[in-house]
Write a protein that binds this ligand. Structure first.
Ligand code: SF4
Length: 352
């Protein structure tokens, strides 16, 4: 099977309906396209979840501000730097600093200073993922050395987005993505698969929106209900057909040949021990091991069943190398920057 467009809602819808006995062909097409456009290398980007403090109350999220069962933490800069300095020896070319969203200017300044330290002491690329912030804050972080920013839109259906995110609108989220692109920061976004209330059209439209946004990186993962949230007890709409997560991933690759697509941790939560490996064979080309110090990993549970919460960074680093070796893939050299889709955000992506 080959797919060369049209990149339309209808085409995405049709591909998402690929029957079970033809999914192997779909996966093979996505894998071949990944190999042709992105190569055999897998870039490793280590994540440090440096704080679980969040001002927002997203309905699905385990660290939402209303969850009183969470023990809140923020790592100090020296502890983060201890991990960062070890990353090159783990063959990791990028550090991803992730936290809940805060509106504090002190935190903005602290984070900028941390980025400066990382750039001064290492050759790592720096990705930040800390939510919606004003344009001038993004500009400040870029001037400190930030290379990339990750901000998932999660759901392209405006009404559903706003039900799930009481503190945010879809327009505001897309505006942030536009600012980042204007600032010439490499932009990552993505969405959740199987949200209750999502339709087949929403999923197809999520994939199309990623293409329209011309993203440098796209992260997706299944919705997994968290017991300490208002969505406790709700089921992923693909609960009885979890292979659909891979179908969505493969279609995403067909629609976005030159984007970096990570095999996200949530795939391992649904398919323990194999999910991320399978994702790498069905369109993904990036692996993001957890580098968060073990003592706080259990306090950053965005969803239950998150893998690797009992490990330390060094163990995860060794594990990822073994997993890549087992599927015949080699580690990417250098930082693994964007391969080129840098057109300005245009069309409906910014006007929704
Ligand atoms: S999804 Fe992000 S912004 Fe929303 S509650 Fe969780 S950490 Fe906060």
């Amino acid at each position: 099977m080959t797919f060369t467009g049209p990149y339309s809602l209808d085409a995405a819808r049709q591909l998402l309906r690929t029957p079970s006995d033809s999914r192997g062909e779909l996966y093979a097409a996505a894998d071949a396209l990944r190999a042709a456009r992105m190569g055999a290398e897998v870039h490793i980007r280590g994540i440090i979840e440096y704080s679980n403090i969040c001002a927002n109350d997203c309905l699905y999220c385990g660290i939402r501000r209303s969850n009183a069962n969470v023990r809140r933490y923020r790592l100090d800069a020296d502890e983060i730097m201890d991990v960062v300095r070890r990353m090159p020896s783990w063959q990791q070319g990028t550090v991803v600093l992730q936290s809940g969203e805060t509106t504090s200017p002190e935190h903005d300044a602290w984070l900028g200073e941390l980025v400066r330290r990382i750039k001064a002491e290492t050759r790592l690329a720096v990705t930040l993922s800390v939510g919606n912030r004003p344009r001038d804050v993004y500009a400040f972080w870029r001037d400190c050395g930030m290379d990339r920013y990750l901000l998932r839109f999660e759901c392209s259906d405006r009404a559903l987005f706003e039900r799930l995110h009481p503190d945010c609108t879809l327009d505001a989220r897309l505006q942030c993505l536009r600012w980042l692109r204007e600032l010439e920061v490499q932009v990552g976004s993505g969405f959740m698969i199987g949200l209750p209330g999502e339709s087949d059209d929403t999923l197809a439209d999520n994939i199309l929106l990623c293409r329209e946004l011309a993203l440098d990186m796209i992260g997706i993962g299944p919705f997994i209900p968290h017991p300490d949230t208002p969505m406790d007890g709700q089921r992923n709409r693909f609960h009885d057909d979890p292979e659909m997560f891979f179908v969505a991933l493969a279609v995403l690759r067909l629609f976005n040949p030159r984007a970096h697509i990570p095999a996200t941790t949530a795939f391992d939560a649904v398919f323990p021990g194999t999910g991320r490996d399978l994702a790498l064979q069905r369109g993904a080309n990036v692996f993001m091991p957890n580098n968060t110090p073990g003592r706080v990993r259990r306090d950053y549970l965005l969803y239950p069943g998150k893998p690797c919460v009992d490990e330390e960074s060094g163990q995860c680093a060794a594990c990822v190398l073994a997993r890549l070796g087992a599927i015949g893939r080699r580690v990417g050299s250098g930082p693994g920057h964007s391969v080129g889709l840098r057109s300005p955000l245009a069309g409906r992506g910014v006007s929704r």
